[in-house]
Design a protein around this ligand. Structure first.
Ligand SMILES: [Zn+2]
Length: 330
């Protein structure tokens, strides 16, 4: 799967899961899958994921065997086929209508519901990708219970990958949405432009980013966002890689871009600070109480790959700069 790109694969993607998109739409497919003895259930409760955390070991996705937990299926507000891994089907259940304490009364030995963004960097790739996918899809179901055309209730169809309006004169189909966002490392050959939002952990700096607007190319969105946030003009916008970021529904499209102006005019509404940093500056971040983006983010990948291209001898030093989030060590 990772031979799809010539770079290090971004986290939350490249799980190796076979989504079987060509067969999941078959009538009765979900029931068929739930009848298999080896099918695994992936639980979501509101915006949280079911995870097993034991002191001293990294957290992991707490998947449940359908054979032992079939009673949960009719309690779920939404059920969706996620895909197969090594022939084993994985099905997401949204248990949001239940009280958390009621669920955990019987399932506490298996795990607990937690915010994937808190523990994401500690997970194995497959677990991180699967939980992010389940969370994103269940969140979409939660927010599209009514038709945006006529206001009638919608029902989940096609293995949980579409909702259809129940009003027979409307019947509008609704598909899971993914919102494209551009994220870019702007550089001038020797320095890179990093900024921080006021709500971020103290000292954390990252690449600039923003949502793509209707009628706009990705390259235009990169140039516009950089201009709006920092007053910098860019040229030579080059695609790097992408990353699903379903918190709640983004697809991050990563770019490198070259600056053609250099005086920062910061938009106070968007950023709390923005500065040019050399690779040496980045390597010394920790001693100045600064952090780089979290290790499971494409932002960190954009920074690290730029460092490798201009000062490969400092790659390791920058790689050691902590993020303001936990790190997997085993
Ligand atoms: Zn409708």
């Amino acid at each position: 799967m990772t031979d799809l790109i010539d770079k290090r694969p971004n986290f939350y993607g490249f799980s190796g899961l076979d989504r079987s998109a060509h067969i999941r739409e078959r009538e009765g497919w979900l029931d068929e899958v739930l009848d298999r003895p080896d099918t695994m259930l992936v639980l979501v409760w509101r915006t949280r994921s079911f995870v097993l955390e034991i002191d001293g070991t990294p957290p992991r996705a707490a998947m449940l065997a359908v054979t032992e937990h079939r009673h949960l299926v009719p309690l779920a507000e939404s059920v969706a086929f996620l895909g197969e891994f090594d022939g084993v089907a994985h099905v997401a259940l949204d248990l949001s209508p239940l009280e958390e304490t009621d669920i955990l009364n019987t399932l506490a030995a298996h795990g607990a519901f937690t915010d994937l963004r808190r523990i994401g960097p500690l997970l194995e790739r497959f677990d991180g990708s699967l939980l992010a996918y389940a969370r994103g899809l269940m969140w979409w179901h939660q927010r599209h219970r009514f038709c945006g055309v006529c206001g009638h209730p919608t029902v989940s169809v096609k293995g949980g990958h579409q909702r259809s309006c129940s009003n027979q004169t409307c019947r509008a189909p609704h598909f899971p949405r993914t919102d494209p966002a551009v994220i870019m490392l702007v550089h001038d050959g020797e320095r890179c432009l990093l900024g921080r939002q006021k709500i971020w952990p103290e000292g954390m700096y990252s690449t600039l980013a923003g949502f793509v607007e209707p009628g706009e190319t990705l390259e235009e969105a990169v140039a516009r966002e950089v201009w709006e946030e920092s007053g910098i003009r860019v040229r030579d916008v080059r695609y790097h890689s992408s990353q699903p970021w379903p918190f709640p529904s983004s697809l991050m499209l990563g770019f490198h871009a070259t600056a053609k102006s250099f005086d920062i005019v910061r938009n106070d509404d968007e950023l709390g600070d923005a500065q040019w940093y050399t690779v040496e500056d980045l390597a010394g971040f920790e001693s100045h109480g600064k952090f780089l983006p979290r290790r499971d983010s494409i932002a960190r990948r954009l920074v690290q790959d730029w460092v490798e291209s201009v000062r490969p001898e400092l790659y390791e030093a920058v790689d050691r700069v902590p993020s303001a989030y936990p790190v997997r060590t085993t």
